[in-house]
Design a protein around this ligand. Structure first.
Ligand code: IPM
Ligand code: MG
Length: 377
């Protein structure tokens, strides 16, 4: 194994990336676009069914602007596991082209093949999309109002162990390395987004999570930069925790409602947001935003539930998390009032329980539930 050359290539690729990040000037202003194009990607399994309900809800809320041509919905086919596997690509080229012609995306779950299964060795469509569209922030809210919990996680989405997850090396049969990358511009932009969010939403605390006592170089850098950015926001208190004790604190009922905005590198964010979502009622209940300067993608964080489809139960699948993701999309493109209305309607239905979803024929269908939500708007 020519590891010196391999490492040199990795360094060069990341240096070029850093340069691109430095040259990337500012985020798109959706208010200034003549038309906002919303791409709807059904994905796999129950995805097409639940995203169709979410699309219908959004189309109802945006009906006037759709009629005036200010907003357009576009259905994007082809991001199914069958097609991805047949093309041997995480996102087939023609699908990526269609995606890039949109401004924002609403996405259903996409199956990530495992090593050795029938789909072959293709990269996760999620990870590929985050890279292709440079969706650097994974924003995941978790709310448990009755316990005073209102957390918003800002998970860095393009660096850490994810950036080169397929570029590790086996030096020989006994020795293996993976590579972890943290960059200055990559950390600055996620930190700024987190602090800007805190400021705009009157939060007075931002928590940085790392393992900088052990992973000194990369986590040390992440922590330093976040703290430096934090100084630009004097009204906000910054604290920092190590990932192990932070994981414990999320189940500490006396302490956990003190956390508000949490900013952290990719892998810690992956893990901690699953834990947080579980406390809220399961990963199926959480919506998730993937935000970049030029694109943004909103999705449910649960899987594609292929068994429900095999058993003909996809029409009973719960569309709430992707509808929640739709509310995040509305807020991101400047329709805050509509987003608030939608969130209130989802909450009202969950509280009133006139219809319940069980995933089976003894419960409501996704279509009926979407109508129920619409009836509360
Ligand atoms: C998530 C998921 C993805 C990730 C998988 C599907 C690649 O767990 O969005 O949190 O690890 O980021
Ligand atoms: Mg995850």
């Amino acid at each position: 194994m020519d590891y010196k050359n391999h490492f040199e290539q990795i360094v060069k690729t990341q240096q070029a990336r850093v340069q691109r990040l430095k040259n990337d000037t500012g985020a798109v202003d959706y208010q200034k676009l003549d038309k906002i194009i919303i791409g709807v990607i059904g994905g796999d399994g129950i995805g097409p069914a639940i995203t169709a309900h979410a699309q219908r809800v959004l189309e109802t809320l945006l009906a006037d602007d759709v009629a005036q041509g200010k907003v357009e919905f576009r259905t994007i086919e082809g991001l199914t596991i069958e097609n991805r596997s047949a093309c041997g690509q995480a996102i087939p080229d023609d699908v990526l082209e269609e995606i890039k012609a949109c401004n924002v995306l609403l996405k259903g779950p996409t199956t990530t093949p495992r090593k050795g299964d029938k789909w072959g060795n293709i990269e996760s469509a999620n990870v590929a999309m985050r890279k292709a569209l440079d969706l650097f922030a994974n924003v995941r809210p978790v709310r448990i109002p009755e316990q005073g919990i209102d957390w918003t996680f800002f998970r860095e989405n393009t660096e850490c162990l994810y950036a080169m997850g397929s570029q590790g090396i086996d030096i020989d049969e006994d020795l293996a390395f993976d590579f972890r990358v943290i960059t200055t511009p990559g950390t600055e932009r996620i930190a700024r987004l987190a602090y800007d969010y805190a400021r705009a939403n009157h939060k007075d605390r931002v928590t940085i999570v790392t393992k900088a006592n052990i992973v000194k170089t990369t986590d040390g850098k992440f922590l330093d930069i976040c703290q430096k950015i934090g100084k630009e926001y004097p009204e906000i208190t910054t604290d920092d925790w190590y990932i192990d004790i932070m994981t414990a604190k999320l189940v500490d009922e006396k302490r956990r409602n003190q956390f508000q905005v949490i900013v952290l590198p990719n892998l810690y964010g992956d893990i901690l947001t699953d834990e947080a979502a579980e406390l809220q009622g399961g990963v199926g209940t959480a919506g998730s935003a993937n935000i970049g300067n030029h694109y943004a993608m909103f999705e449910a964080i649960h899987g594609s539930a292929p068994r429900m489809v095999q058993e003909g139960r996809d029409k009973y699948a719960d569309p709430c998390s992707v509808i929640r993701a739709g509310a995040m999309l509305l807020s991101h493109i400047g329709y805050q009032e509509e987003a608030d209305k939608l969130n209130r309607a989802i909450d009202a239905c969950a509280e009133e329980k006139k219809l319940v979803l069980t995933g089976r024929s003894d419960g409501a269908t996704g279509a009926e539930y979407a109508d129920y939500i619409l009836s509360k708007i």
